[in-house]
Write a protein that binds this ligand. Structure first.
Ligand SMILES: *Cc1c(COP(=O)(O)O)cnc(C)c1O
Length: 374
């Protein structure tokens, strides 16, 4: 058997909607009804007043930073253990990212580490709901309020995840989603900003489309970007929203199965679901420990020969050679992030994974662990 780490769940609805956009030659970011439809559906889903579609998760993050007026020399606290797009979005604007280490169990930003890093230059906190588990937002929102900081949520891995019953993307000033092919909702490439701040949404809408002038179109009102999602991508996204409940149920069923069948192996640190959280298990991430610590490559190679695909975790910001060389960070800054970066990996977690495939993955993981321990 061969089990991939994941592949998108696409079907007749996606084909029908995308074909409809093409048949009506409504394929750009300015034509056709799917863009508005998808934005409305996504805002409703997140519980926000507005959603603004963009070309990727990375451009969503960048646009959020620009729209909030974060610029040269402004410090933003964000978590080291993430997709580097989170950091790039800040660096594009000349902002100074300040890397915060993770909680050992959720791998999300540790709120206890925040206040010590706040300076008069701090402008915002950018949280990342990693692997589908929401960040512990209440302490972070309290710190943000006390110090008058914006809160940006990188929700690229957490569509539908909930914090105390509220969807991620609705908890801070602005939420940023990705619809890349391996994300929970996909449009191939794409992204979305979510917010309850109508002025911020309008600013993002203008900036994502070259900041055309209102009275005189070609008298631009600012330096704009072309970060538009196309109507074809929005058609696929709107089709995905018709099945979002099913997608989330499948993810949670996948997560529960692995938890039920792997949690007794002491060498594997499992994902958690905190009392405040609804985890959507974007990817089922495990961290090797005990006698398996430091042996990730061997573990992954053995699984690969048995047809079980895995992917190693991100190298955190504080481990990136280009940033260490620039003096932005030091390897030893974030030990918890480093441990995940060195010993973490995710196992097959696709939306369409079958119980038979999961049972095979569990069996092979058990056998590899036994082999490596002997
Ligand atoms: C995928 C991802 C991004 C980037 O999204 P793209 O659509 O690939 O640009 C940003 N942040 C996190 C946490 C991600 O997982």
């Amino acid at each position: 058997m061969n089990v991939p780490v994941g592949k998108p769940l696409l079907g007749e609805i996606e084909t029908k909607y995308a074909l409809d956009a093409i048949t009506h030659t409504e394929i750009s970011g300015f034509s056709g009804g799917y863009i508005g439809k998808f934005e409305k559906e996504f805002a409703e889903f997140c519980g926000t007043s507005d959603a603004v579609s963009v070309s990727s998760g990375t451009t969503a993050l960048h646009l959020a930073v620009v729209a909030l007026g974060i610029g040269e020399g402004d410090e933003v606290l964000t978590q080291s253990f993430t997709n580097m797009a989170t950091f790039f979005a800040l660096l594009y604007q000349g902002a100074v990212p300040v890397a915060i280490d993770s909680e050992p169990d959720t791998l999300n930003m540790d709120p206890a580490l925040l206040e010590a890093k706040i300076t008069p230059r701090t402008k915002a906190i950018m949280v990342v709901h990693i692997y589908g588990h929401p960040v512990d937002m209440d302490p972070i929102l309290a710190i943000a309020k006390k110090h008058n900081l914006f809160v940006i949520e990188d929700a690229a891995e957490a569509h539908g995840a909930e914090y105390k019953g509220k969807k991620v993307g609705s908890l801070g000033d602005v939420g940023c989603f990705s619809f890349y092919a391996n994300k929970i909702v996909t449009t191939g490439e794409g992204g979305m900003l979510t917010t309850n701040n109508v002025a911020l949404a309008n600013e993002a809408r203008s900036l994502k489309a070259l900041a055309f002038g209102e009275k005189n179109k070609f008298m631009h009102r600012a330096v704009g970007y072309n970060y538009r999602m196309t109507n074809v991508q929005a058609a696929i996204g709107s089709a995905q929203m018709t099945r979002i409940d099913d997608i989330l149920l499948r993810k949670r069923t996948m997560g529960s199965y692995y938890l039920a069948h792997l949690s007794d192996i002491p060498e594997l640190q499992m994902p958690v679901e905190k009392p405040y959280a609804k985890n959507v298990y974007w990817m089922f991430n495990i961290i090797l420990r005990g006698s398996l610590a430091g042996r990730r490559q061997e573990f992954m190679d053995k699984l690969r020969t048995r047809g079980v695909d895995t992917r190693e975790d991100f190298i955190p910001f504080n481990g990136q050679e280009i940033f260490i060389a620039k003096g932005f960070t030091k390897l030893e800054d974030c030990p918890v992030a480093n441990n995940a970066g060195e010993n973490g990996l995710y196992i097959p977690s696709g939306t369409d994974i079958s119980e038979e495939e999961q049972s095979y993955v569990v069996q092979e993981i058990r056998s590899v662990v036994a082999e490596m321990k002997s």
